[in-house]
Structure formats: structure tokens, C-alpha cells
Design a protein around this ligand. Sequence first.
Ligand code: IPE
Ligand code: IPE
Ligand code: MG
Length: 227
Amino acid sequence: MIKPEKIPVHVSIIMDGNGRWAQERGKERVYGHAAGVESVRAVTEGCAELGVKYLSLFAFSEENWGRPEQEVSTLMKLMFKSMEEEFDTLMKNGVRFRVLGNRARLSPELDEAISNIERATAANTGLTLIIMLSYSGKWDIQQAALRMAEAGAHDLEPFLVTAGIPDPDLIIRTSGEKRISNYFLWQAAYSEFVFTDTLWPDFRKENLSAALQEFASRKRRYGKIDK
Ligand code: IPE
Ligand code: IPE
Ligand code: MG
């Protein structure tokens, strides 16, 4: 059991390793993306049970648009289908659903479907589930800087797509890679990192619990010294 004060408010996951998971099984990469949906379900449930308030999931980066057309379109279809299938469960569990990123690059149909679910779940007060889609950290800082200048303002934070959401306390990356891959460049200023070799489609509640245990043992200092 982790003490409630040691539970992170915001957990973020770089969901990596779907392609390798599929390839290990002699299947096409997209098979791994489809399998990853079950992991999303498991961690969403796990975070809600553990009292995490925000769960953000890096689902698709701006750079991922450069993958083969077929993989990109399968990923977008999967997003569409999963939202439709999970909608009732989200409502039942009081989950607020949001999608953040460069939404202008999404198809109008997908963008509209997302907006509908965001609207329908806006008043839910349980876990906030945030899908980072067509997102990159540099893009976010750039668009925020532009809008800040236009507004003649001096604080960047209210213009980031994550405005109003506390910075991630914990960032987990699966699949053994140890890099940020243009994810939360601004928001990760004081995040704790947990890297695991587990491939995303194999990630379950036990893996989430292990990462939260590790987080609970960390000492955060924010540049200051221990009292
Ligand atoms: C993560 O898995 C999902 C996305 C980036 C969309 P990958 O597709 O990157 O899988 P690997 O890293 O090639 O195994
Ligand atoms: C990062 O994974 C992006 C997502 C998980 C959505 P990538 O697989 O795209 O990252 P690199 O290319 O290995 O750095
Ligand atoms: Mg990858």
C-alpha cells in the first residue's frame, strides 16, 4: 500500500514498444497498436483505483505523422473505434476525457468525434484521462509563444495546451528506451522518470503499481535542500 500523500497527482506514460511487441510475434506493427488498447484500459482503471487525478498518455507524436500511411491511418481508426467503444465506461466511471495536441492535423471527422466526447464528459469529476495526440513539446512551446505574443502577455504557461493541468509528477516510458522523444519539454521540468523494459501491450496494473512504488521512494527537492 502506498500512502495517499505519496500518490502522484498526475501520471504520464510514453506508451512505447507496440511495433516490437507485434514483430516478436511475427505480426505486423499495427497488431501491436491494437493490443495496446487493453493496456490503456488497465492503466486507466488502475489510476482511478489508486486515486491519481490526471493520467496523460502519449499516443501519437507530431513526428509519428512521418510513418507509413497505412500505419498512421490504422492508428487514427483505432483512436476513433476505441473512443466509441469506451464511451459508456468513461461515463459510468466519471472519467473526464480530453485530447491535447495539434488537433488541426486530425481529420475533421475524428476531431469532431473527440469534441463530442470531451463535451459529454466535461462535467465528470473522477479521473481526467488525457490523450496526447499529434503532440510534440517543441510544437506546444512554439504555439504558446505565438499566442502569448499576440495577447501581449508575459507568462507562457496559460497558453500551453496543458494549461490548468498540473505538471506530471511521474513520467513512465515503456520498452526500454530512455529518452523524451519531444514529449513534455516544458512540463517535465521537475517530473520523476521511471523507465521499464516492459513493452506497452504487456503493461498492466502490476506494472503501474511498481512504477508508483518507485515514485513513492523518490525524494523530490525542486532545487532546494532537505530540511
Ligand atoms: C508506440 O509504439 C506507439 C506509437 C509511437 C504510435 P511504437 O509504434 O513506437 O513501437 P516500437 O517502438 O516501434 O516498438
Ligand atoms: C514516442 O515513441 C511517441 C509515442 C509513444 C507516441 P516513438 O517510438 O515515436 O519514439 P522514438 O522514435 O523511438 O524516439
Ligand atoms: Mg517506438
